[in-house]
Design a protein around this ligand. Structure first.
Ligand code: 3PG
Length: 307
């Protein structure tokens, strides 16, 4: 009997677990749950006899892969798979997948929640500003970027996007203005919302040089990954630009510097919250479970991310 382990340090909503259980048990598989665990040893012990693994941002390191003696497939219920050691998976013939698009709306909504919070001075009772009429730059026009554009138009923002991998015509068809360079995006827009993945090319790529192009009262919105920010460079930049704010779904490593120096100019969620809605949990969790079923039944490898 296939054992499917759902290992989530940050648990799914109960409704998502109920649906995953139904899918898995209908196939005669066994569902096992490891939630809110605090050490990778717990994950290693739980995964030892699992045939399939569903995770969120949980770190599936080479050690974890090594401990997983029966594992055939790991599905990251979400978009970014920078938490999976793909080489280690490939070396052991384990298929790694993600579930692209399933939690994108939740992430996009959080970006606006944070933008409004910042524009209204953290709801402190003083006069803030509005989003209507402001320019928003979407840095990477993927699944989340598309939802961000839709919501931004509802707010009456002027929407721009930079994404070298998406044809300009597709961006234009959404009523968004495509820009040719990243520099143009940052110099045109008061708000920039980041939707780039964290990889060797993008890590620490957002720095003072780029942010320095942004107009007055600029706000950088990060619902992507903290790793894409050059944190040292950001701090140096914010020391010079007192009008600049950084709002991020998850705190930077140097959070204490922000607390000490940049009162009112930052907001950080305590835990990554973008995809933390019942709807996103259900979408991503159910997609992960269905992908596992299709893989075991038909060898379906749609959404595979390793070679
Ligand atoms: C993703 O990459 O899908 C998001 O960052 C969500 O991550 P989470 O599942 O840890 O909330």
């Amino acid at each position: 009997m296939n054992k499917i382990l759902v290992a989530t340090e940050k648990p799914f909503a109960p409704a998502a677990i109920a649906q995953i259980k139904e899918i898995v048990e209908k196939e005669g598989y066994q569902l096992s749950l490891l939630e809110k665990y605090s050490s990778s040893d717990e994950l290693k012990a739980a995964v030892a006899d699992a045939h399939a693994l569903i995770v969120r941002s949980d770190k599936v390191t080479a050690d974890v892969v090594d401990a997983a003696k029966e594992l055939k497939i790991v599905v990251r219920a979400g978009a970014g798979y920078d938490n999976l050691d793909l080489e280690a998976c490939s070396a052991k013939g384990i298929v790694a997948m993600n579930t692209p698009g399933q939690n994108s709306n939740a992430v996009a909504e959080l970006a606006f929640g944070m933008m409004v919070y910042q524009a209204r001075n953290h709801f402190n009772g003083t006069a803030g500003t509005e989003l209507r009429g402001k320019k928003l730059g979407i840095h990477a026009y993927g699944n989340v970027g598309v939802y961000v554009a839709q919501i931004a138009k509802g707010f009456g923002m002027e929407v721009y996007a930079f994404d070298p991998f998406v044809p300009a015509d597709k961006i234009k068809a959404d009523g968004v203005t495509p820009l040719n360079t990243v520099e143009e995006l940052y110099s045109s827009c008061q708000y920039v919302s980041l939707h780039i993945p964290a990889n060797e090319k993008t890590k620490k790529s957002i720095n003072a040089q780029l942010l320095g192009k942004m107009p007055k009262d600029a706000v950088l919105v990060n619902t992507a990954r903290k790793e894409v920010i050059d944190e040292e460079s950001l701090v140096q930049f914010m020391e010079k630009r007192a009008d600049f704010a950084y709002i991020s779904d998850i705190a930077p490593d140097n959070k204490s510097v922000f607390e000490e120096k940049f009162d009112g100019r930052y907001f950080f969620t305590p835990k990554k919250m973008g995809a933390q809605t019942a709807e996103a949990n259900i979408n991503a969790g159910v997609a992960a479970a269905n992908q596992i079923v299709k893989f075991f039944k038909n060898g379906d490898e749609t959404f595979r991310v390793n070679k």
